[in-house]
Design a binder for this molecule. Structure first.
Ligand code: TMP
Length: 215
């Protein structure tokens, strides 16, 4: 039988609360006997993790930032994501290209056409453009996210941005979600963690990806 890999990405502004749910889904898929590849962007390979450090901490212009993020993505796709999907794994990826359109495109105001070009080169696949099968978007008011993040850790170049930046990032996610409504699952990040989990789990049960028994 041909195994079918699943590619699921998770998005949202910093502080939207996606991390615990990614771990919960990994455990739920594993409990059903699926192989899970848990990974993140920028990062996921030794080279991409080095690029992540630069992107998060070194000063650079917007084009350099976009190029490094897509370079990291290329390495990650080639060495982790595509092989995992070919094996039939469930790939849970903490952020993917929607983050680039939201943060670099909408947040920084970088040229969307250039991002589209980079996306078309980096994500070229035999059947068209490699995109997640589903993108789970944790939507949260940037003012609430800022309160959650305050004092949590030393902020990186993105976390240090003002609420106005995150409002633009959030608008960028909303535009991506509107343009590709079939792919996006929107969750209200202001709900309790348990309520968000129930909604997410229910969605995956309805798709036939998880069993209804273990929530
Ligand atoms: P993380 O803290 O969720 O791991 O994400 C790292 C930071 O990188 C986060 O602030 C968002 C940012 N980022 C971009 O600006 N563009 C991208 O394409 C990705 C994947 C992340």
């Amino acid at each position: 039988m041909t195994k079918t890999g699943l590619f699921i990405s998770f998005e949202g502004i910093d502080g939207a609360g996606k991390s615990t749910h990614i771990d919960g889904l990994a455990a739920a898929f594993k409990a059903q006997g699926r192989q899970v590849t848990l990974t993140r962007e920028p990062g996921g390979t030794p080279l991409a993790e080095k690029l992540r450090e630069m992107v998060l901490h070194d000063a650079m212009d917007s084009l350099t930032e976009a190029l490094l993020i897509f370079a990291a993505r290329r390495d990650h796709l080639q060495n982790v994501i595509e092989p995992a999907l070919a094996r039939g794994d469930v790939v849970l990826c903490d952020r993917f290209t929607d983050a680039t359109f939201a943060y670099q495109g909408s947040g920084r105001g970088f040229d969307l056409y250039v991002l589209e070009q980079l996306e078309s080169w980096v994500q070229a696949a035999p059947n068209g453009l490699r995109q997640p099968d589903v993108t789970v978007w944790f939507e949260l008011d940037p003012a609430i996210a800022a309160v959650r993040l305050a004092g949590a850790r030393v902020p990186d170049r993105f976390e240090a941005q003002p609420v106005t930046f995150f409002q633009k990032v959030s608008d960028g996610y909303a535009r991506r979600a509107e343009a590709d409504a079939q792919r996006f699952v929107r969750l209200d990040g202001a709900q309790t963690r348990e309520a968000v989990w129930q909604q997410l789990h229910h969605n995956f049960v309805q798709r036939g990806w998880l069993s209804a028994l273990a929530a």
